[in-house]
Design a protein around this ligand. Structure first.
Ligand code: BGC
Length: 254
């Protein structure tokens, strides 16, 4: 018999949706179906904390720690930016707030960083050395950056500037929908974005995650860069999976 796997609850908090599932952190698998609800609007700390408590009712028997990806620069559990969520999050200690609301120990890090952890260990980045940039394409653009498998946190590449404008406003999946871009048009824009990142960081691999990564066959012919580009293996599930893996890594450090 193999060793018993560590099962941890993972939350992925986004500008649009809140997702949760139980994760087998040793095998890189969801052990329950993912639950998703819309992020409350306005997405204030209070409203989101309450929504999380409500979602936890499904996991009544679970008393363990919870990992959580959050769409903000995260320093020691404290949110330091709020691009696609209510500005009231800035300087909120997210770990303390959720712990107080739910009674569970929470470990919170940037959403794209934790999605990257899942892809690097079990997904499209497995065994990939060198510089790997994981981009999550959703309401915003998140980035998880790895050198020889080690995370360099909070890179926020979605906030690089293009002609004085923030890239994520032009190339996120939300921007594609808002501007009613065809996949070809969007692919061309995204190619420019990747080319900019390529010039700055000379990565060895780009991994694209989030909603739009499922459709890569519709726009990948627009990519003219040197760097290899692959779709995330877990697409929208890497957020919840990586969140649970992040909790496990923090627990080990104690
Ligand atoms: C935020 C990032 C986040 C990304 C994806 C951006 O607007 O600044 O922290 O990772 O959206 O949610």
């Amino acid at each position: 018999m193999g060793k018993k796997s560590e099962i941890i609850l993972g939350f992925d908090i986004g500008g649009t949706g809140l997702k949760v599932a139980m994760i087998d952190t040793d095998r890189g698998k969801l052990t329950t179906a993912k639950q998703r609800i819309l992020t409350p609007q306005p997405s204030t700390p209070r409203a989101v904390a309450k929504a999380i408590k409500e979602m936890l009712k499904e996991y009544d028997g679970y008393k363990g720690p919870i990992g959580c990806g959050f769409p903000s620069i995260m320093r020691k559990g404290v949110a330091k930016s709020a691009a696609n969520i209510d500005k009231g999050w800035i300087d909120t200690n997210v770990e303390e707030l959720f712990e107080k609301e739910t009674g569970h120990k929470f470990y919170v890090a940037n959403d794209a960083d934790v999605a990257g952890l899942a892809e690097m260990k079990f997904g499209a980045g497995k065994n990939e050395d060198g510089t790997v940039i994981v981009l999550t394409i959703g309401t915003g653009i998140g980035s998880g950056t790895f050198l020889d498998g080690e995370l360099f946190p909070n890179t926020e590449f979605g906030h690089l500037l293009y002609d004085g404008n923030i890239y994520e406003h032009h190339v996120s999946n939300a921007a594609r929908k808002r501007l009613d871009l065809s996949w070809d048009e969007w692919g061309e824009r995204f190619n420019k974005y990747l080319s900019h990142l390529e010039t700055l960081f000379s990565p060895d691999l780009f991994i694209l995650g989030g909603g739009a990564s499922k459709k890569m066959d519709l726009y990948r012919h627009k990519f003219k860069i040197q760097t290899k580009v692959v779709a995330a293996k877990f697409q929208n599930d890497s957020g919840v999976m990586g969140a649970a893996m992040y909790a496990k890594s923090r627990m080990k450090k104690k």
